[in-house]
Unconditional design. Sequence first.
Length: 446
Amino acid sequence: MKFEWPKRIGNNGPDLRVGALLIIAAFLVGSLLAFCLFPHLPIRLARATPTPSPNQPTATLEALEFLTPTVEGEAITPTPLAETPTPPPTGEPIPTPTPPPRPPRLNSPEYGMQAFLWWRPETAWRDLDLIKGAGFTWVKQVFAWIDIEGAGKGVYDWSRTDRIVEDANSRGLHILAAVFKPPAWVGPNYPASGAVNNYRDFTDFLTALATRYKGRIRAYSIWNEPNLSREWGGPPDPEGYMALLKVAYQAIKAADPNALVITAGLSPTTRWDNVAMPDIEYFKRIYQAGAKPYFDLLGAHATGWKAPPEMDPAQVASDPAYNNNDPSPAYLRRVYCFRHAEDIRQIMVDFGDANKQIAVLEFGWTSDPAHPEYSWFAVTEEEKGEYLVRAYQYAKQHWTPWIGVMALIYISDPDWTQDHEQYWWAITDPDGAPRPAYLMLSQMAK
């Protein structure tokens, strides 16, 4: 078989060589232009993939890396799929996005203790450690207006509040600041007298306080027991308190939208005159005055008195041993037990406010043998501990989800003696030594 090869054309070999060189040159120039015009175009060179020998590891997906093409030793970053925000120029701070307001709903319940951290820095750390060590997450502390702005309008002493806030925050404890006690310069009978200028002095103070500790004080309770004339500066005035609560709420929320605003806890009393007003009647009146939009949690005082925490208020109201033969109407005598908080809850439901929670700002039992006005409902130190534990357990079982923080009284003030009636409510001694109640609470499941 013969193959027929292409016929050779005479004597024109040099012309072919020149043409070939021109074609090669044109190809190189075109490649160079393309490389200059499209430097990010990846150039991939095919290469043979060797078959691994039995002694060589086989590459896995996790071990593979994508090769990034380079230009003169510098890596070329591929264009991202999503657009990346351009950072601000050097020297300008990166803006922090404002978080959405935190919904004012707490776990049910949350655990708190009231302490006295103001005057004794050398014992404040100890008492905060006691709260933390018991597995509690809230500390209630009075932020007395007089002790911060007492020297004059706009003259603030933040030295103690700075320390308290820092010490509590560093331990991961939420702060419930009870704000009341007016300075002398606002005049007598405050806050009853404050309506003259719509409580402007108080709201200016709250603005300064909430601005300074934005994001660091979790909750503010507005005044204390205004259903007593000695606390309000005049006869109990629920409508006046509603006006105070409204402007206080607006001032705090303008400075710190995430802070929780809690109404004042009210004294559990059956007296109804110019000296005092029963808490359930007072709560009805502030709702009727329009208070509903101006607080996040309703504050309550749930004193245990003589009754164990599970006792029905109706039984307490009908048994003189538990109500001290109080001649008041039976519906008011229900106040003599821990579960009176359920009566307060019913008022919230009746006024269409069931979505909010109650914050128990004070509750406990006393072991006082020394003061007759308290000793009639005294319990033993062991009973105090058992009742406190059972109160938390009852609330968790029966008051979820409407119960929020529950702040018991007290981690003892370091300056109390047995002559102080408050001494007998405490769960620790003034030197920090735990009483039986503290030990029981520490072991309680949270």
